[in-house]
Design a binder for this molecule. Structure first.
Ligand code: GDD
Length: 304
């Protein structure tokens, strides 16, 4: 499902063969217009498509921006999940539902965070996602829907949006190498995150919906690093001294940040047989390579 906007922003899915509508007999990937704030459209879509599985990844997903757009974030990220759950229930379908919950729900709760850790969200985004999480659990318990909540810690790839910190750093390094900028402005360097690779995490989402019973799972690597370490590794791979290029800009500090995220994925290991396979350094290296290529340069990075 895609939102209508006046300029196209589908570069991340352009490589997939797609058709809008059902006319192309060979097409296997269809896009439908929809919006998480429009229950009429969601109801119609669920009834028309009758999906076997729904993966609800739709969100205003930027934590800092949620402080400026708290109501919209609650509507799209919180109520949006309820609208989808209600669409499945009222259509009487056996659609399996995946809710993209997040480690942001844990907020101030001390690590290691697992499925039983109480939530203490620190942002309008985290609070909206906590509501959506409990609605997913409620539709499972109250209405018997096959609804799973994946509590995913940060996951990254070369397709990451440019204003999330990993991509901002790898793109910044590439632009410094290209001579297009000299310095990179960042916020809180002390925050600790448990970063994994998006491909491993998407496999976990799919695995959750292939089980006999629906449940909730933490997906994480169990290793945490500071933003400073991320910066050190990314600049180091490119042979640059980060201290000569990075400034702390208070405008990127959040009204309240989450200090430490470090997940315990033991339940996913035991029940789904899930393991992360791609290391943090390999992931950052791949993101750097992609951003350096996008600058028209040949990547010459240190070995891992
Ligand atoms: N975005 C950003 N930009 N973050 C910065 C910067 C900066 O210039 N400088 C420091 N940070 C810090 C943030 O304060 C935060 O502590 C950390 O880097 C990670 O920020 P993001 O990459 O924006 O991710 P996030 O942890 O806030 O949220 C992401 O992960 C969640 C899962 O834990 C998003 O993808 C969420 O949608 C997702 O739910």
């Amino acid at each position: 499902m895609v939102r209508r906007s006046s300029s196209l922003n589908r570069t991340r899915i352009d490589h997939l063969e797609h058709a809008h509508g059902r006319r192309d007999a060979n097409a296997r990937f269809f896009l439908h217009y929809g919006d998480m704030t429009d229950s009429g459209g969601l109801n119609r879509l669920v009834k028309t498509v009758q999906p076997d599985e729904i993966y609800n990844l739709a969100a205003q997903s930027h934590v800092q921006i949620s402080f400026d757009q708290p109501e919209y974030t609650a509507d799209a990220d919180g109520l949006g999940a309820t609208r989808l759950l209600e669409a499945i229930r009222t259509a009487g379908l056996r659609t399996r539902f995946y809710q993209a919950s997040t480690s942001e729900m844990f907020g101030l709760a001390p690590p290691p965070q697992r499925e039983t850790t109480p939530f203490h969200p620190r942002s309008p985004y985290g609070a909206a996602k906590a509501y959506a999480h409990w609605m997913t659990v409620n539709y499972r318990e109250a209405h018997g829907l096959f609804a799973c909540s994946g509590i995913l810690f940060n996951h990254e790839s070369p397709r990451r949006g440019e204003n999330f910190v990993t991509r901002k750093v790898t793109r910044g390094v590439a632009q410094i190498l290209a001579g297009r900028q000299a310095r990179l402005r960042l916020g809180n360097l002390d925050a600790q995150r448990d970063w994994g690779d998006a491909r491993d995490y998407v496999r976990a989402m799919w695995l959750m919906l292939q089980q006999d019973t629906a449940d909730d799972y933490v997906i994480a690597t169990g290793v945490t690093r500071t933003v400073r370490e991320l910066v050190e590794i990314a600049f180091g791979l490119a042979g640059l001294d980060w201290t000569a290029h990075v400034d702390v800009d208070p405008s990127y500090l959040r009204p309240a940040d989450v200090p430490v995220l470090c997940g315990d994925p033991q339940k996913a290991r035991d029940r789904l047989g899930w393991e992360p396979t791609i290391s943090f350094a390999a992931m950052i290296r791949e993101m750097l390579e992609s951003d350096i290529l996008a600058e028209g340069l040949t990547p010459r990075l240190a070995a891992l």
